[in-house]
Design a protein around this ligand. Structure first.
Ligand code: NDP
Length: 485
C-alpha cells in the first residue's frame, strides 16, 4: 500500500502552512501491524508551541473567523466535511497504517464519522442565540445575553480514533468561532496533519487551525500551561486529565475532559440474547478494546451466564486478527509495543490475584503488537482488572443473582462514562437508566455515538460534554447586557 503522504518530511502546520520544528527533532511513525517505521513526524519544542499559539491568537484577534457571517462559517465547515469524504480512502488508509485498525473500520466508522461531525456543527453556526430576560430592576430595562467564542483552544487528542477525535474537537470549536492548536497523539499524528492541509485547501483562514506534533510531556504540557490559551479540550487518560487541571490553573483555562471508562454491561435474564451476545462481544473487541466507552465489565444474570459467556468466547475465538489492510481482518494490533505490554501486565496481574482465564490472555503471533481477545472471570471488585481502564480487548465477566446487587457492582467504579443494559422489560430499563451512574446509558443497543446527543462522563470520566448544543457551548462564554431604556 503506497501513500505519497507517508514519504513527505512532515513539518508543523502553523499560520496556514508547513513550518519546520525549531529543534529539528523527529519521531518515528510505526506501523503497529509490523513494527516497521513508515514515516517520521516533527518532535516539536516549547518554542514551536509558542509560535502556534501566537498564530492562533493572531487569527482570533484578526477576527476574520469569528466575525465571518454564520452562514459563511457553516458553509466552510460543510466544505471540510465534503473534502474529508473526497479524500476518504487516503484518510482511511493512513489511519489503518498509523493506528493499526482494520481498513474497513476506518472506512465505515472513523472517516464518515469525522465528516458527519463537521457537517453537524456546520448547521450550528447559524443557530447560535442569546436570550432576552425579564429582570427585577426599577425603570425600563432591557436585558439580554450573547454568546461569544472563548478564544484560543488547545485540542489534545488520543491515538484510538485519531481523525475522529480531532474532528470532535475542531468542528465545535470552529463553529463557535474559536481558533485552535491541535496536538495529536505522538503515536498517530498522520491524519491530523493531512486534515490541516485539507482544511487549508478548503479556504480556512491562516492560523485558525494549527497542528503541532510531538510529545505529550512537551507539546501537551506547554499548551496546557500556556498563558495565551483560553481553553483545553482533552481526550485521554484520567491521569493526564488530572495533570491538565493543575496546569490550567495559571490563567484559569476552561476545560473539557473526556477521560477513561470502565463501562459495565448488564444482561438481564429476559434479554434478547441473540442481540445481546454479539453486541457485548463487539462492545469490548471493537477497535481492539481501545475505546473509552468499551463495555469492559460484564454482569450477567446467573440463569443465562453460561450461555452468554460461551457465546462471547466463541465470538472472541472466531475473530480474525491481522494487519488492518487485509480485507478479512476483524481485529487489528494494539497501538504500540508499550501499550501491549501494559495490557498484558493487567491480564497477568488479574490471574495472579485469582481471576480465571476463559479465553485469550496472550500476545499474538508475528512482529506486530497483536493481543488475543481475552475474557476473565472469578474477579472481585478490588482487583485492578476490574477497577482500572485496560484499554485492550480484555473483558471481565461476572454472574449476578439479584438486580440491586448488580447495580451496586456496576456503580462501584471511579469511572462513569457509559453503561449498557439488555432487557425486554421497558419499565425496568427506564428505572436502570436512572440508577446507573454514567454519562450515557444504552438500552438494547451496542456502541456508537450521535453528534446530536451529548457524550461525556460523570465521576472521574471527565468534565463537560461533547456533541449537541451542550458540546458547542463548551467553546463559548455568555455575556450579559443590561440597558436602561
Ligand atoms: P494519554 O492521556 O497520555 O494521552 C492522550 C493525549 O494527551 C496524547 O495526545 C498525549 O500525547 C497527551 N499528553 C500526554 N501527557 C500529557 C501532558 N502531561 N499534558 C498534556 N497532554 C499530554 O494516554 P496514553 O496514550 O498514555 O494512554 C494511556 C491510557 O490512557 C490508555 O491505556 C487508556 O487507559 C487511557 N486513554 C484513554 C483514552 C480515552 O479515550 N478516554 C484515550 C487514550 C488513552 P502523547 O501521545 O504525545 O503522549
Amino acid at each position: 500500500m503506497s501513500i505519497d503522504f507517508l514519504n513527505r518530511e512532515h513539518g508543523l502546520h502553523i499560520a496556514g502552512g508547513w513550518q519546520p520544528s525549531d529543534g529539528g527533532g523527529r519521531l518515528d511513525v510505526i506501523n503497529p501491524a509490523t513494527g516497521a517505521v513508515i514515516s517520521t513526524i516533527a518532535d516539536a519544542s516549547p518554542a514551536d508551541v509558542d509560535r502556534a499559539v501566537a498564530a492562533a491568537r493572531a487569527a482570533f484577534e484578526r477576527n476574520d473567523w469569528a466575525s465571518l457571517l454564520p452562514n459563511a462559517r457553516g458553509q466552510l465547515l460543510w466544505r471540510i466535511a465534503e473534502a474529508i469524504e473526497a479524500h476518504a480512502e487516503e484518510f482511511a488508509r493512513l489511519e489503518c497504517l498509523d493506528n493499526g485498525k482494520p481498513l474497513l473500520a476506518a472506512r465505515r466508522g472513523d472517516v464518515p464519522g469525522a465528516a458527519d461531525t463537521f457537517r453537524y456543527f456546520a448547521g450550528w453556526c447559524t443557530k447560535i442565540t442569546g436570550q432576552t430576560m425579564q429582570v427585577s430592576r426599577p425603570g425600563q430595562t432591557f436585558a439580554y445575553t450573547m454568546r461569544e467564542p472563548l478564544g484560543v483552544v488547545a485540542a489534545i487528542v488520543p491515538w484510538n480514533f485519531p481523525l475522529l477525535m480531532a474532528a470532535w474537537k475542531l468542528a465545535p470549536a470552529l463553529a463557535a468561532g474559536c481558533t485552535v492548536v491541535l496536538k495529536p497523539a505522538e503515536d498517530t499524528s498522520l491524519t491530523a496533519l493531512r486534515l490541516a492541509e485539507v482544511m487549508a485547501d478548503c479556504g480556512l483562514p491562516a492560523g485558525v487551525v494549527n497542528v503541532v506534533t510531538g510529545r505529550g510531556a512537551t507539546v501537551g504540557a506547554t499548551l496546557t500551561r500556556h498563558p495565551d490559551v483560553n481553553k483545553v479540550a482533552f481526550t485521554g487518560s484520567t491521569l493526564v486529565g488530572k495533570e491538565i487541571i493543575g496546569a490550567a490553573a495559571g490563567n484559569l483555562k476552561k476545560l473539557t475532559l473526556e477521560l477513561g471508562g470502565k463501562s459495565p454491561t448488564l444482561i438481564l435474564p429476559d434479554a434478547d440474547l441473540a442481540k445481546a451476545i454479539p453486541a457485548a462481544a463487539m462492545g469490548i473487541f471493537h477497535n481492539a478494546g481501545q475505546v473509552c466507552a468499551a463495555g469492559s465489565r460484564l454482569y450477567v444474570h446467573e440463569k443465562v451466564f453460561d450461555q452468554v459467556a460461551e457465546g462471547i468466547i466463541q465470538r472472541a475465538r472466531a475473530l480474525r486478527s491481522g494487519p488492518g489492510e487485509v480485507p478479512t481482518t476483524d481485529l487489528g494490533p494494539l497501538v504500540s509495543q508499550r501499550h501491549r505490554e501494559r495490557v498484558h501486565g493487567y491480564v497477568e496481574s488479574g490471574q495472579r490475584e485469582g481471576a480465571q482465564l476463559l479465553t485469550g490472555g496472550a500476545r499474538g503471533q508475528g512482529e506486530g503488537f497483536f493481543y488475543e481477545p481475552t475474557i476473565l472471570t472469578g474477579t472481585t471488585s478490588g482487583m485492578s482488572i476490574v477497577r482500572e481502564e485496560i484499554f485492550g480487548p480484555v473483558l471481565v465477566a461476572e454472574r449476578f443473582g439479584d438486580l440491586d446487587e448488580a447495580v451496586e457492582r456496576a456503580n462501584d467504579s471511579d469511572f462513569g462514562l457509559s453503561a449498557t443494559v439488555w432487557t425486554t422489560n421497558l419499565g425496568l430499563a427506564h428505572g436502570l437508566a436512572r440508577r446507573l451512574e454514567a454519562g450515557t446509558i444504552r438500552v438494547n443497543t451496542g456502541g456508537g455515538t450521535d453528534p446530536n446527543q451529548p457524550f461525556g462522563g460523570t465521576k472521574q470520566s471527565g468534565w463537560g460534554r461533547e456533541f449537541g448544543e451542550e458540546g458547542l457551548l463548551e467553546y463559548m462564554q455568555t455575556k450579559s447586557v443590561l440597558m436602561t431604556l
